[in-house]
Write a new protein. Structure first.
Length: 94
């Protein structure tokens, strides 16, 4: 059976990558519940529980809300906020 081949066995690196993807997905799922967020403009990257938020949002308040939401997700160790405020989105409903 092919899945028993050493090439297809779990490694520490592959496990870490899956865990990072899972954590990023959990955060994005939580963010989807926020009002006024356009997820296509927010990128979430996880690395061993350390989260990097990048992208553009409508306001500083929304940026802070995104950070607080991410911090509450189980498994998050820290959150780096690199979100930029793009005032072109002012007055645009999500």
């Amino acid at each position: 059976m092919l899945f028993r081949s050493p090439k297809f066995q779990t490694t520490p690196g592959s496990k870490k990558e899956i865990n990072d993807l899972l954590l990023s997905s959990k955060i994005r799922a939580e963010l989807a519940g926020l009002a006024n967020i356009r997820l296509e403009y927010v990128h979430v990257q996880a690395d061993d529980g350390h989260i990097l938020l990048e992208g553009k949002v409508k306001s500083r308040e929304l940026s802070e809300q995104i950070v607080k939401t991410a911090e509450k997700v189980e498994g998050v160790v820290s959150v780096a906020n690199e979100l930029q405020i793009d005032y072109r989105y002012q007055g645009i409903d999500s």
